[in-house]
Design a protein around this ligand. Structure first.
Ligand code: NAP
Length: 248
């Protein structure tokens, strides 16, 4: 699989799953831009990746703001002409049972996870359509498929990403733009670092592979969907969860 000559934009690319995706796409030959609201962390990640002899750069933006995304992406489009691969990975959680959930926590999760995905697609898609080639990979979650008590906002945002993915797959298939989702199970990152060990032990009993995932597990799935070889795969949800959930 080679992504040589391709330009890839990865949101939330500073750490965790996003960082692994940036590294994997760069290893496959793409020029990768890590977009994150944490500018310092994004630059640190990129310097590490560049020191490995790969091509990467960082831009700072808040995906929840359409203005911030447009301002960050405009110079990229000017420089490269198009973004060939967009990975919508930036995401947050603000957990709580619905009756205790603050409106601000509902809104924050929707703004980043769902609206952020929409904002990034909106600015990047015209360049893909123009070139008649594009790969959009949206990071959903197992929680969007099966639900989880205490995560109504997160589950709703990740389920909505699946509907968005399938719709755009239908709208842009004839322009050779594929749109797919990757739905991770439980992956070892900052997002899951705070889970109590009893919760992790309980989770482990539900994972046939007997371990949490690592960010690279997700990056490999994204790499395939971003490749030339995946050109006939669109509108799909690729579950990567150690067998925890087996979608029909
Ligand atoms: P993470 O370690 O928290 O990393 C997320 C990155 O996204 C951080 O660098 C974060 O910056 C950035 N980000 C958050 N909000 C942003 C915004 N508004 N604009 C730009 N960047 C923003 O999370 P992760 O575990 O790698 O998760 C990555 C994706 O996978 C998320 O969409 C998540 O929902 C999904 N996922 C994760 C798991 C899991 O088990 N870890 C499972 C299923 C799905 P800050 O540090 O400044 O917030």
């Amino acid at each position: 699989m080679s992504l040589k000559g391709r330009v890839a934009l990865v949101t939330g690319g500073a750490q965790g799953i996003g960082k692994a995706i940036v590294r994997h796409l760069a290893q496959a030959g793409a020029a990768v831009i890590a977009l994150d609201r944490d500018d310092e962390a994004a630059h640190q990640t990129v310097s590490q990746i560049v020191s490995e002899g790969l091509t990467a750069s960082a831009v700072c933006a808040d995906v929840a703001s359409s203005k911030s995304v447009a301002a960050a992406v405009a110079p990229l489009l000017k420089r490269y002409g198009a973004v060939d691969i967009l990975v919508n990975n930036a995401g947050i959680t603000r957990d709580g049972l619905l009756l205790r959930m603050k409106d601000a926590d509902w809104d924050a999760v929707m703004s980043v996870n769902l609206n952020g995905t929409y904002h990034c697609i909106k600015v990047v898609l015209p360049s893909m359509v123009k070139r008649r080639w594009g790969r959009i990979v949206n990071i959903s979650s197992i929680i969007g498929a099966v639900g989880n008590a205490g995560q109504a906002n997160y589950a709703a945002s990740k389920g909505a990403i699946v509907g968005l993915t399938k719709t755009l797959a239908r709208e842009y298939a004839n322009r050779c733009v594929t749109v797919n989702a990757v739905a991770p199970g439980f992956i070892e990152t900052e997002m899951t670092a705070g889970l109590p060990s009893a919760t992790k032990d309980a989770l482990m009993t539900q994972i046939p592979m007997g371990r949490l995932g690592v960010p690279a597990d997700i990056a490999y799935a994204v790499g395939f969907l971003a490749s030339e070889e995946a050109g006939y795969v669109t509108g799909q949800v690729f579950h990567v969860n150690g067998g925890m959930h087996m979608a029909g």
